[in-house]
Design a protein around this ligand. Structure first.
Ligand SMILES: Nc1ncnc2c1ncn2[C@@H]1O[C@H](COP(=O)(O)OP(=O)(O)OP(=O)(O)O)[C@@H](O)[C@H]1O
Ligand SMILES: [Mg+2]
Length: 491
């Protein structure tokens, strides 16, 4: 509706030429049709293939194949003010004949106030005609329009197939959130595909919609869409972090967050290697059912000055369009290592990132992970940058037992066949990653002997491993000492 109002306003203001730079021609036609219904002036449409015809009339006054300048000359000769939708003209706008007639129509606007609407990809206002032209940017669909669009596509499918579309309303809401930020045309295409494959709109359509949207937006590739998200149930322990996330899920994902509750902005997960930081980052996106975008610093750095920041800006802009989403920066300290320099690219990227963190309005939840505090720029840790800094320590006994159960289950084993508590005791000081490795090693050993996996295999594998907490005891102690008072335990 907004687009129609905008067009009406421009027509009322006496604008001879309106230029719409878009690939979404279908949307322009739709807007123009609405305008034509309301307008008291005759509305006309021209395209190279169909010629020129008055809207609502079956026959064209100029047949197919007539060149833009001929059509414009015809308009010039019409003395009844009209509104004209002109396709296939924008590309030839710099041709002397086309430009000249356009100028002429503009100059005679006082006598005959025609308004010409030029649409097409890359359409622009020609040099020398700026004073008579206005650019119009099509508005992106609103929440209500998206609801309507989904309903319209579902109805169309039911009429054709004779069956109603089966809708899972939670999934439809999540899909609809993903369509925000796309043009009408793109949103319609994605929803149509999602419905037409099986007549169902549910959870299973979400990944495809997210992936298609990401493809539409993809720029330099510093931002990758991670389809491998986890569930909170895949993560053992980290109870406090999970509770924190659960409490904020509604305010992050709902279209109208509860009053007074600002959507959360981000967390830093700091901690011991292999303790589940990256896994937890994946689980945030899975739990909130939003896309997981990973920002890869290595792909960001460019040898040309200024390019690195531009790529970062583009990536953050893409994330804003994908919102609500999780933006994941894994091992953030590695990408920001400034090496003590004051003006290196690392410093500038850090500056841009900090500004963005402070100013962003979109619901982009930042999850950063780090395990090397020495390399972590102190600015990043200042109060207010992240909502919370969580320390992810080695798992305690209960979490270790849970890790055994989770990973046994993932490998198709019945967790009940293992004594998880005994394994937890034998893996004191192990990280989640190391417990997983012990389980895999035990599976190989059992298989080699033709035996079914049993608790003793896992304990034997654990006993033959020296966990990092032993190898790097001092570093981990230092990390813990540093984290105390500066961070909140994740578990
Ligand atoms: N708490 C946990 N619950 C379940 N699995 C875990 C847990 N912690 C670690 N794992 C297992 O170990 C793997 C590696 O963990 P992850 O990559 O998340 O560790 P990390 O903390 O990011 O380590 P790094 O600092 O080395 O990046 C996970 O993919 C998962 O399979
Ligand atoms: Mg990691």
């Amino acid at each position: 509706m907004h687009d129609v109002h905008e067009l009406e306003r421009l027509i009322r203001a006496g604008t001879p030429l309106v230029v719409i730079d878009t690939v979404d021609i279908a949307r322009c036609e739709e807007v123009f049709a609405q305008l034509a219904r309301k307008s008291d002036r005759p509305a006309w449409r021209y395209s190279l293939a169909s010629g020129l015809a008055r809207v609502g009339m079956p026959t064209s006054v100029l047949g197919p194949g007539r060149a833009p300048h001929e059509v414009l000359a015809h308009i010039l000769s019409i003395k009844v003010a009209g509104v004209w939708l002109l396709l296939d003209v924008a590309r030839q706008i710099e041709e002397p004949m086309v430009k000249s007639v356009l100028r002429e129509i503009g100059l005679r606007h006082r006598e005959t106030p025609h308004t010409l609407i030029l649409v097409g990809p890359g359409a622009r206002v020609p040099d020398g005609l700026r004073t008579m032209a206005a650019r119009l940017e099509l508005a992106l669909p609103t929440h209500a329009e998206l609801v309507e669009l989904i309903a319209a596509e579902a109805n169309a499918w039911s009429r054709e197939s004779g069956r109603p579309v089966r809708r899972d309303e939670d999934a439809v809401a999540a899909i609809q959130r993903q369509l925000a930020g796309l043009t009408h045309g793109d949103a319609r295409r994605l929803i149509r595909v999602a419905i037409r494959d099986d007549g169902v709109l549910d959870e299973r359509d979400l990944p495809a919609v997210i992936a298609a949207k990401h493809r539409l937006l993809d720029g330099d590739g510093a931002l990758t869409l991670e389809l491998d998200v986890a569930r909170l149930d895949d993560v053992a322990g980290l109870d406090r972090l999970k509770r924190w996330l659960a409490e904020r899920a509604a305010s992050f994902t709902s279209a109208r967050p509860p009053p007074g509750l600002d959507p959360p902005k981000g967390v830093l997960l700091l901690g011991v290697q292999g303790a589940g930081k990256s896994l937890a980052a994946r689980a945030v996106a899975g739990a909130w059912r939003v896309p997981l975008l990973r920002l890869d610093f290595a792909a960001l750095y460019d040898k040309y000055v200024g390019e690195t920041e531009r790529k970062l800006r583009d990536a953050l802009k893409t994330a804003a369009v994908m919102a609500p989403c999780v933006l994941w920066i894994d091992e953030i300290e590695k990408g920001l290592a400034t090496g003590g320099e004051d003006s290196g690219p690392g410093k500038r990227v850090l500056g841009s990132l900090l500004t963005w963190m402070a100013e962003r309005r979109e619901r982009v939840f930042l999850v950063a992970t780090a395990n090397d505090i020495q390399a972590l720029p102190p600015e990043l840790m200042r109060k207010g940058r992240f909502d919370e800094i969580f320390f992810v320590d080695l798992p305690g006994p209960a979490a270790r037992a849970a890790i055994v159960r989770i990973h046994a289950g993932k490998r198709g084993l019945d967790p009940a066949t293992l004594d998880a508590a005994a394994i937890a005791t034998a893996t004191d000081g192990f990280s989640g990653a190391e417990i997983e490795q012990a389980l895999i090693a035990a599976l190989y050993a059992a298989h080699a002997r033709g035996e079914a996996l049993a608790t003793r295999h896992v304990i034997a594998a654990a006993e033959s491993t020296r966990p990092l907490s032993v190898v790097m005891a001092e570093r981990i102690d230092a990390l813990r000492a540093w984290a105390a008072g500066r961070t909140v335990p994740a578990d």
